[in-house]
Design a protein around this ligand. Sequence first.
Ligand SMILES: *[C@@H]1O[C@H](CO)[C@@H](O)[C@H](O)[C@H]1NC(C)=O
Ligand SMILES: *[C@@H]1O[C@H](CO)[C@@H](O)[C@H](O)[C@H]1NC(C)=O
Ligand SMILES: *[C@@H]1O[C@H](CO)[C@@H](O)[C@H](O)[C@H]1NC(C)=O
Ligand SMILES: *[C@@H]1O[C@H](CO)[C@@H](O)[C@H](O)[C@H]1NC(C)=O
Ligand SMILES: *[C@@H]1O[C@H](CO)[C@@H](O)[C@H](O)[C@H]1NC(C)=O
Ligand SMILES: *[C@@H]1O[C@H](CO)[C@@H](O)[C@H](O)[C@H]1NC(C)=O
Ligand SMILES: *[C@@H]1O[C@H](CO)[C@@H](O)[C@H](O)[C@H]1NC(C)=O
Ligand SMILES: *[C@@H]1O[C@H](CO)[C@@H](O)[C@H](O)[C@H]1NC(C)=O
Ligand SMILES: *[C@@H]1O[C@H](CO)[C@@H](O)[C@H](O)[C@H]1NC(C)=O
Ligand SMILES: *[C@@H]1O[C@H](CO)[C@@H](O)[C@H](O)[C@H]1NC(C)=O
Ligand SMILES: *[C@@H]1O[C@H](CO)[C@@H](O)[C@H](O)[C@H]1NC(C)=O
Ligand SMILES: *[C@@H]1O[C@H](CO)[C@@H](O)[C@H](O)[C@H]1NC(C)=O
Length: 556
Amino acid sequence: MAEAWRSRLRFREPWPPHHPHHCYNLYLVRLFWLIILAFFFMEVAGVEGRVSSKGCLQRERDALLLFKSAIKDPSARLSSWHAQVDCCAWTGVVCHNRTGSIRVAELNLQNPNAYQLNESDTALRGELLHPSLLSLTHLHTLNLSFNDFDGTQIPPLIGSLHKLLHLDLSFSNFSGTIPPRLGNLTNLLYLDLRSYNYPYSVTLVHSLDWLSDLSSLIYLDMSYMNLSIASHNLISAVNMLPSLQQLNLAACGINNIPQYSLNFHLNLTSLTTLDLSENFFNSSFPNWLWNLTSLKSLTLSMCEIRGMLPIEISNLISLTHLYLFGNFLSGPLPDTLWKLKHLTYLDLSYTLLGNSLPMGIMNLSSLSALYLDNCSLISPIPSELGNLTTLNELSLESNLLSGLIPHEIWKLVNLEYLDLSFNSFEGDITEFHLSNLTKLNALSLSGITLAIDHNWNPPFQLQVIRLGSCKLGPRLPTWLRSQKSIVAIDLYNTSIEDNLPEWFWNSLSIVEFLDLSRNKISGTLPASLENLTKLSNLYLDSNLLKVQFLIFHPTY
Ligand SMILES: *[C@@H]1O[C@H](CO)[C@@H](O)[C@H](O)[C@H]1NC(C)=O
Ligand SMILES: *[C@@H]1O[C@H](CO)[C@@H](O)[C@H](O)[C@H]1NC(C)=O
Ligand SMILES: *[C@@H]1O[C@H](CO)[C@@H](O)[C@H](O)[C@H]1NC(C)=O
Ligand SMILES: *[C@@H]1O[C@H](CO)[C@@H](O)[C@H](O)[C@H]1NC(C)=O
Ligand SMILES: *[C@@H]1O[C@H](CO)[C@@H](O)[C@H](O)[C@H]1NC(C)=O
Ligand SMILES: *[C@@H]1O[C@H](CO)[C@@H](O)[C@H](O)[C@H]1NC(C)=O
Ligand SMILES: *[C@@H]1O[C@H](CO)[C@@H](O)[C@H](O)[C@H]1NC(C)=O
Ligand SMILES: *[C@@H]1O[C@H](CO)[C@@H](O)[C@H](O)[C@H]1NC(C)=O
Ligand SMILES: *[C@@H]1O[C@H](CO)[C@@H](O)[C@H](O)[C@H]1NC(C)=O
Ligand SMILES: *[C@@H]1O[C@H](CO)[C@@H](O)[C@H](O)[C@H]1NC(C)=O
Ligand SMILES: *[C@@H]1O[C@H](CO)[C@@H](O)[C@H](O)[C@H]1NC(C)=O
Ligand SMILES: *[C@@H]1O[C@H](CO)[C@@H](O)[C@H](O)[C@H]1NC(C)=O
């Protein structure tokens, strides 16, 4: 199964890789929001600062200056932190005036370049939980995400920041063990300890007893921490958090989750999001899952779950997102699944479903994303799939689907992501078929016979193009010239001969992934290749190219 994953991840997302969908488009959207959020925090910090006429307390200002002098800030992110300036106006500092005096209430010191190539350049480093922070007695938000603790342990003094409501230490390169004194932060609503460096310096959690003291928690993320020793009482520990709405424990080494009914009553009536992906269940679906009736999003991908999906799935009547990919899930799917009218995102890829595409899917009239890659589907695609007119993403890659692709598929005009690669379809796909898919952003037709007019003018702008093992050559299709925002393109084994035209290289200015291997491309690589500054994956092998130089920009 791991091998299958690698092939899927050849079009990989940047770290962290456990996101259930592998769509560049979504990644870019996420990135966009991260950036907006970062700007938002800066803006808030600025505005709040200007409000105060009196300014911050000298004691708090001195504490912050002490903090600044104790850490490393190679990119001078804290250059606005000067004794002469009101500390409420400093970058990342937010003051409140709730008790009649101005107090530092938030430190939003998250790295603004999260997921960027220059992320580590802008990380704050060293003793990020410096004792001077204890002087900020009204601090309720501390965000240090994407900074760098240099692999040190979270110091126990964290437990003394009693007023904290929001603590975000995600992706900040700490390791060792989790101090149980975290349990002293009894006001916490939001705790994010996701780690970055799995599997190199996984943080070990010896016990989860401290968790039960955080009884107000709404949001808890400990993904990629090593909970293997503590997981025997995981469910009973989180059951003490009755306000919990979101629980993310992906890749935590959980290997002994209770399978059958619990000997206590489940408290988790507010839980709307549960992510237990990449843990080792090696069992059927645990029974108690179906008591979590408030769930809107359930992620159990790559958990080595075996057997069939039980009929009780329909207890989760509010479910909008269901990710079960990468399990030994066998068919048939229960009819009750089709009662989940709110489902918008369904991913059952890399499972053992088999048989033909279940007709019940057509009842899921809100579906916007359907992923059924590599699950041994046979027979033709039923034309009724065209009834799912709200689909934005449809992925049926690597199955045994046969026959003609029904015309109804080409009328799904909301499609942004379409992957029909590696099946056994008959007939050619022509430019006529694609002519109404104006929103298409990612198109994968690898291994399918195409008969597209080279001079066609497509109605879409693609970011992701996968046409590997399609017969396109001997000339590169001219229609590609119209595509101005290519981020990833796979033209592996497409019978292209001859030199590649200059316009092709010019159209790749933001490309990250480029696969031209196994063709008969000749000539010399153009010097303009050095201008492809985003390129991180380049495959040119098995061609007739003369390679004079190669500049690589390794990412992630
Ligand atoms: C802070 O609040 C007090 C009392 O509510 C008010 O008198 C004072 O003007 C406020 N200070 C600032 C800087 O807003
Ligand atoms: C880091 O990269 C981002 C986006 O590529 C850019 O906006 C930012 O200015 C860069 N920051 C530094 C300090 O180089
Ligand atoms: C994390 O800390 C370790 C130990 O100091 C260091 O070697 C490593 O480069 C850091 N990792 C990242 C991603 O910064
Ligand atoms: C911390 O900053 C990150 C952005 O890097 C943001 O996603 C997250 O929501 C912030 N956490 C809190 C508690 O505000
Ligand atoms: C903090 O936690 C420790 C260990 O769990 C405990 O001994 C101590 O009394 C707690 N301190 C406060 C102020 O709650
Ligand atoms: C997690 O911790 C256990 C117990 O210390 C250890 O056996 C295991 O190798 C760790 N897992 C990882 C991924 O480091
Ligand atoms: C449910 O949560 C409450 C509040 O945290 C706790 O007191 C109670 O023991 C929990 N019930 C079970 C069965 O765990
Ligand atoms: C789950 O729900 C059933 C029926 O509502 C109930 O009998 C059972 O005790 C619940 N199980 C748990 C673990 O809460
Ligand atoms: C997984 O479960 C099967 C069946 O219960 C068992 O035979 C096997 O030993 C388990 N594998 C591991 C690694 O625990
Ligand atoms: C699909 O839509 C057509 C016409 O809108 C309708 O007649 C048919 O019953 C639908 N099929 C399914 C399986 O929903
Ligand atoms: C595209 O839309 C036009 C106008 O609605 C329609 O005539 C044509 O059949 C559609 N093409 C395909 C491939 O569905
Ligand atoms: C790279 O881009 C710059 C600016 O567009 C241009 O001046 C330069 O000639 C390009 N380099 C090559 C080798 O094409």
